[in-house]
Design a protein around this ligand. Structure first.
Ligand SMILES: [Zn+2]
Ligand SMILES: [Zn+2]
Length: 338
């Protein structure tokens, strides 16, 4: 028996005692949760039982960011007890996009805790689970699992940084210091950029300083310099922030869109896109950056504690999601076994 959380309706997470299946699928390994973390996507499902117009068909365990210990390698060469980073993207591996390495563009990829994968695959906010062996990457035992769980969201942030072409010495502005903005700060700083950030909360800006930002602007009190940044990474999801990005980016600079700005009535100043010859580059998930993110975490240089808001047990997943939903937490909320 093990403890499993299950989103059964909007804002309603049930806790169950569950039984693992008797058989492990041949391509899977059996894992024991080390640490998971809550993503903005999980929050959409928590609030609406849907994300970006995709509704869940049935109750599902949320969570696609986690690392785990191998309990049963099922013939896949892992040592029992081995700590693994989990790449949650289950790409088909054979289509043209997969063969080109663009696994994030695979049309038939599967993803845990997501309405876009049918039937849904339960995510990682549970104490035990099976997952494809090829998605599991053995890491050094010295890595703190509470840091390793950042591998997936950090890979997403590093993909946006790469897509936007951030280079050493670039002036980069990150709009929004939620978890993704903080991790974009980590990714841009790792590239040798000079990083400034914006946020509504002073505490979030302070967290960004701890992970590599050298300037911060509290929205409403202070504004970043106009037409001054080689790259702006939009990580807030606000159309206002996109307009701020259009103001702050230099002529012929680049805006990397890491957030999912929802459709809204707020006009976007697209004339600035043309007048300043701005390059606007979207980004979703990651490709080769998963390995880069694991390597950056293994390096031990990033202060992940400074961008960790709180820790909860799997049985407390409801409370963990409520804390995230309330918007006051700075950094990631982690989910741990009891
Ligand atoms: Zn995520
Ligand atoms: Zn594919």
């Amino acid at each position: 028996m093990y403890v499993k959380s299950l989103l059964s309706a909007a804002r309603d997470i049930r806790i169950e005692q569950a039984e693992m299946p008797g058989e492990i699928a041949p391509d899977h390994v059996r894992l024991r949760l080390a640490t998971a973390s809550i993503c903005g996507t999980d929050m959409h499902y928590f609030r609406h039982f849907a994300n970006a117009g995709f509704f869940l068909d049935n109750p599902v365990t949320l969570g696609h960011e986690a690392c785990a210990y191998v309990e049963d390698a099922n013939g896949h060469g892992f040592r029992p007890g081995q700590l693994v980073a989990i790449n949650p993207v289950i790409e088909c591996g054979t289509c043209a996009k997969c063969r080109a390495g663009d696994i994030n563009m695979c049309a038939t990829k599967r993803f845990p805790g997501s309405a876009t994968t049918k039937p849904h695959i339960d995510g990682f906010f549970r104490e035990r689970f099976d997952f494809p062996a090829r998605c599991c990457h053995a890491v050094a035992e010295t890595i703190n699992p509470d840091h390793l769980t950042f591998a997936e969201p950090l890979a997403c942030a590093m993909h946006a940084v790469n897509r936007a072409g951030v280079s050493p010495g670039d002036r980069v502005l990150v709009t929004g210091c939620g978890p993704m903005g903080l991790l974009a700060t980590v990714g841009a700083a790792a590239k040798g950029a000079e990083v400034a950030v914006t946020d509504l909360k002073t505490a979030a800006i302070e967290a960004a300083w701890a992970v590599g930002a050298s300037a911060g602007y509290v929205t409403g009190e202070d504004s970043p310099e106009r037409a001054a940044y080689d790259v702006v990474i939009e990580a807030s999801g606000s159309p206002h922030a996109y307009n701020q990005a259009l103001d702050a980016v230099r002529y012929q600079g680049t805006i990397g869109v890491l957030s999912l700005i929802q459709p809204s009535e707020i006009p976007i100043n697209l004339h600035l896109n043309a007048l300043k010859e701005v390059r606007s580059v979207g980004s979703i998930l990651f490709t080769r950056e998963f390995a880069d993110a694991v390597a950056l975490i293994a390096g031990g240089e990033v202060d992940f504690e400074a961008i960790t808001a709180a820790r909860f047990a799997v049985a407390e997943t409801q409370a963990a999601c409520e804390l995230m939903a309330d918007g006051r937490a700075v950094g990631k909320v982690l989910i741990k076994p009891a």
